[in-house]
Design a protein. Structure first.
Length: 231
């Protein structure tokens, strides 16, 4: 039996809203909307689009942006309990985020350890914010993902793992293609349906936990049945 491993998106999944979109709406000049649209229509890569969006912001806005995000972010219902539940079951849980370290780490503090979070790095040393990509695409991906979730999944997992992906947006589609099962909502849900990917729909981590437990129970039953057949 394969061992479960959970990989979870951050913006729009753990949080109720996409924090990058919220930052841009509040702080960026209007040019950001075309960049967003070009990413969604795949005219430019996610890495190009997000990098250029943040270059519209001045580095001296860091504290204002951070305060805005930390004061106004809503965590999706049941997330902390779900993480604790997964940990108690001794199942690895990783956050794969296209967001930036200066707000992702703070929002997840006390819930997910930093070594289990993969995200982008924002540099404030120049006049405008520069994004660095410590988890860029590996040699097997040419999509310009920025934070390349398929590459991270390849790094974290082996053929003996049952990969569970949780996500909601365009940045999660390639990761879902590498998962054995995807819990999806919003944009990702439609993509999973169109691509014929194995998926379940969720809205909060409360109903996700219930579905997760059902899957876990089925796999345990299958293991017991297989073991009984061998004896």
């Amino acid at each position: 039996m394969k061992k479960p491993i959970v990989c979870c998106d951050f913006d729009g999944t753990i949080t109720k809203n996409d924090n990058i979109i919220r930052i841009m709406k509040h702080f960026a000049p209007s040019e950001w909307t075309k960049l967003k649209d070009d990413v969604l229509t795949k005219e430019i890569t996610i890495q190009e689009g997000v990098g250029q969006m943040f270059q519209l912001l001045k580095s001296d806005q860091k504290e204002a942006i951070q305060s805005f995000i930390l004061e106004d972010t809503e965590i999706r219902e049941g997330f902390k309990q779900f993480v604790n539940h997964v940990k108690k079951a001794d199942i690895p849980f990783y956050v794969l985020s296209g967001g930036m370290d200066f707000f992702v780490y703070h929002i997840l503090e006390g819930i997910v350890e930093r070594e289990d979070i993969f995200c982008n790095h924002a540099s404030f040393h120049e006049e405008h914010i520069q994004i660095e990509w410590p988890h860029a695409c590996d040699s097997q991906c040419q999509n310009g993902c920025g934070c390349c979730k398929p590459s991270i999944i390849r790094e974290l997992t082996s053929e003996n793992d049952f990969i569970i992906m949780i996500g909601d947006s365009v940045t999660d589609v390639e990761a879902a293609k590498h998962a054995d099962l995807t819990f999806a909502r919003d944009y990702l849900l439609n993509e999973c349906k169109e691509l014929g990917l194995v998926h379940e729909e969720y809205e909060t981590f409360i109903d996700l936990k219930a579905q997760f437990d059902q899957i876990k129970e089925v796999k345990e039953w299958q293991t017991k049945r297989t073991s009984a057949g061998r004896s």
